[in-house]
Design a protein around this ligand. Structure first.
Ligand SMILES: NC(=O)C1=CN([C@@H]2O[C@H](COP(=O)(O)OP(=O)(O)OC[C@H]3O[C@@H](n4cnc5c(N)ncnc54)[C@H](O)[C@@H]3O)[C@@H](O)[C@H]2O)C=CC1
Ligand SMILES: O=C(O)C(=O)COP(=O)(O)O
Length: 602
């Protein structure tokens, strides 16, 4: 019978292998003894691989630092990359430069929109936000382009909280205006009478890292602190002596309101006309979050009407605000130019935090501060490492078996495991199966960032289910099965009774093995390439196929035969180190007893 060959040209590219230095203990690596595949953004895989494997001068990645970054961070970056510090770039200049860069580091002053990712032509692999708020980065566009976004979520928390408290106290005691008045030669003691803080109600909107640090400090000033945050844990607030209340309760009872939530579609203009109308007359507002969480026009009106007695603002909808901004010029407003994170200490810390995250990402590691990709703890990654390799190979193998039908539209992954779904994080495995399924048939590089997005965009629905096993074996997973529904196979034996192309694999001694194909049990180590034959179960088959390969100088690494019943049909899996010629493959396919035949690259 005629041999059915996989389209060799499309399947030729092997998975990228990065040999990581084993000393990077803090990092989330696949242990180096394992055949690690690249888990992380590698739209230019060659650059990552060469940088890590050879450290060659010419292969250094290029990092564009578009806003001022602390020296310690720059020094770290320079150890790995060519660093281009170009500040105050226009959008056009940024777009022009980005096509040459593997990574971009920004603070809040650079808009990293879709246009930037599009202009990068796929080269940009990581955007580092040297700070917390990522509202200036188009995350959807980054994800679509497989570009990882990392931030520095903790290094400036205290600085932002301290700035919030500085604004609160400076506003209450008219520090800025009275200082300006003195510098103008005046002595206006009656004009700048302030208000006391002790016993006053401070409502914190957004009880996250900065919000809770502000709360802690405000309590030290004798204020009564309440907070609104729909996602905050009540017991954490309770432990700090902070009462969590509804939004309306918070704004209606507060003497001071301090904003600490991120700018998102649901927090945009959260303080608007309607909200100001519910506030206690004479309330004071502090904003070190983002300008966009306040409707600035409504705030000006509320200041004019006296509903808001004073506002202290570090952030603005448009930065810098226009020179004639009514808000900035308002006599009841004190303003600072987005200085929340700007302390010497915080900037050094932020620079180190972001440099480490960007370097790790450039080396293909999983990032602990990823914003648009799942964070997989190191211990989980270490445990799953061999299954990560298995998952990609099963996906790669399954897709090569597809011949037609509705193509790859509906994929089910089944994990046989004694773990409960809570204890088995399969996101990484799903991403690797997706990588295996899609990369051989397209020019898209899949990573943990864009796996789900790319599958969805290509109309592939991937569902997961678990076969619960008894006991608590050492391995987190006994087997993984990949089923492709409604697809015809070029190796019909791979289609199970349910009409799905089915392959199953297990990890044995750290090596991925193919253990089932359709309904046939096999045992084939998943390395190199694989020839699958279905033949009449008769003596001499192994020898016949073996000698054809031997004639061609193709080294056979293993052979495994599974059969339904003696003298009926058998499936033979032959592992080969080298790719047989087309003539050799045809010879195997032409053996009269061979009923089905396929050559697969793993
Ligand atoms: N002015 C400056 O220089 C700085 C400004 N920031 C801003 O502060 C924000 C907060 O920073 P972190 O505390 O580090 O972030 P975080 O993520 O620890 O806290 C944000 C909190 O806001 C809450 N939240 C989300 N939606 C909310 C809503 N609708 N109502 C009430 N709460 C809501 C979240 O549940 C979370 O607890 C950042 O997103 C950033 O925009 C941060 C650092 C410096
Ligand atoms: O970290 C944040 O969210 C900030 O707002 C700090 O911004 P910056 O890095 O000072 O431009």
């Amino acid at each position: 019978m005629a041999a059915t060959l996989a389209p060799a040209d499309r399947l030729a590219a092997p998975s990228l292998r990065i040999h990581h230095p084993s000393s990077l203990s803090r990092r989330l690596l696949v242990p180096s003894r394992l055949p690690a595949t690249s888990l992380f953004p590698h739209r230019r895989p060659r650059v990552v691989a060469m940088a890590v494997e050879t450290g060659g001068a010419n292969s250094k990645p290029r990092v564009l630092v578009a806003e001022k970054l602390g020296e310690a961070g720059l020094a770290l970056l320079k150890g790995l990359a060519d660093v281009d510090c170009s500040y105050n770039l226009s959008p056009e200049e940024l777009r022009a430069k980005i096509a040459l860069c593997d990574a971009l580091i920004v603070r809040s002053g650079t808009k990293v929109g879709r246009d930037v990712f599009e202009s990068s032509g796929g080269k940009l692999r990581v955007v580092g936000r040297a700070g917390v708020g990522i509202d200036n980065v188009d995350l959807a566009a980054a994800t679509e382009h497989g570009c990882l976004v990392v931030n520095a979520p903790t290094a400036n928390t205290v600085a932002a909280a301290e700035h919030g408290i500085a604004l609160l106290t400076a506003m209450a005691r008219n520090i800025a205006r009275s200082d300006a008045s003195m510098k103008a030669g005046k002595w206006e003691r009656n004009k700048y009478v302030g208000v006391s803080l002790v016993g006053k109600i401070l409502a914190i909107l957004g009880f996250g890292k900065v919000g809770s640090e502000v709360a802690r400090r405000a309590k030290g000033l004798g204020m009564h602190v309440i907070a609104h945050d729909p996602y905050a844990a009540a017991d954490r607030a309770h432990a700090m002596g902070v009462e969590l209340v509804t939004f309306d309760e918070a704004i209606a009872s507060a003497d001071f309101i301090s904003l600490h939530m991120p700018l998102t579609p649901s927090t945009s203009k959260i303080l608007n006309y309607e909200a100001f109308a519910k506030m206690k007359k004479g309330v004071r507002v502090i904003n070190v979050a983002r300008g966009g969480v306040i409707d600035e026009e409504a705030l000006v009106k509320a200041l004019d009407s006296g509903v808001v007695a004073q506002a202290a603002l570090d952030v603005f909808t448009k930065e810098p605000p226009s020179a004639d901004s009514k808000l900035v010029l308002h006599e009841k407003v004190i303003a600072t130019p987005h200085l929340g994170a700007s302390t010497v200490e915080a900037q050094e810390e932020v620079a180190i935090e972001i440099a480490e995250a960007v370097i790790g990402a450039l080396k293909g590691e999983l990032a602990a501060t990823a914003v648009n990709a799942p964070m997989v703890p190191p211990e989980v990654l270490t445990e799953l490492a061999p299954f990560v390799v298995l998952a990609e190979k099963l996906g790669r193998l399954a897709v090569q078996l597809v011949a037609g039908g509705s193509g790859v539209k509906s994929v089910k992954v089944t994990y046989a495991s004694a773990r409960t779904s809570v204890d088995l994080d399969t996101r990484l495995l799903r991403a690797m199966i997706t990588k295996g399924l899609i990369e051989p048939i397209s020019d898209v590089h899949i990573n943990l960032v864009n796996a789900d997005y790319t599958a969805k965009k290509r109309g592939i629905r991937i569902t997961e289910e678990r076969i619960p096993l008894d006991g608590s074996p050492e391995d987190p997973i006994e087997s993984i099965q990949v089923h492709i529904a409604n697809a015809e196979s070029k190796f019909p034996t791979a289609v199970s009774g349910l009409g799905e192309i089915t392959v199953e694999g297990r990890v044995k001694d750290g090596i991925p093995h193919l253990t089932k194909i359709g309904s046939f049990q096999v045992d084939a180590s998943m390395e190199g390439s694989l020839i699958l034959c279905r033949q009449v179960d008769q003596p001499g088959m192994i020898g016949t196929v073996g000698s054809i390969l031997g004639e061609q100088n193709v080294n056979v690494s293993y052979m495994s035969v599974g059969r339904i019943a003696p003298r009926k049909h058998a499936v033979m899996a032959i592992g080969v180190d080298d790719e047989p010629t087309k003539a050799a493959l045809k010879k195997i396919g032409d053996i009269p007893a061979v009923e089905e035949f396929v050559f697969l690259k793993l």
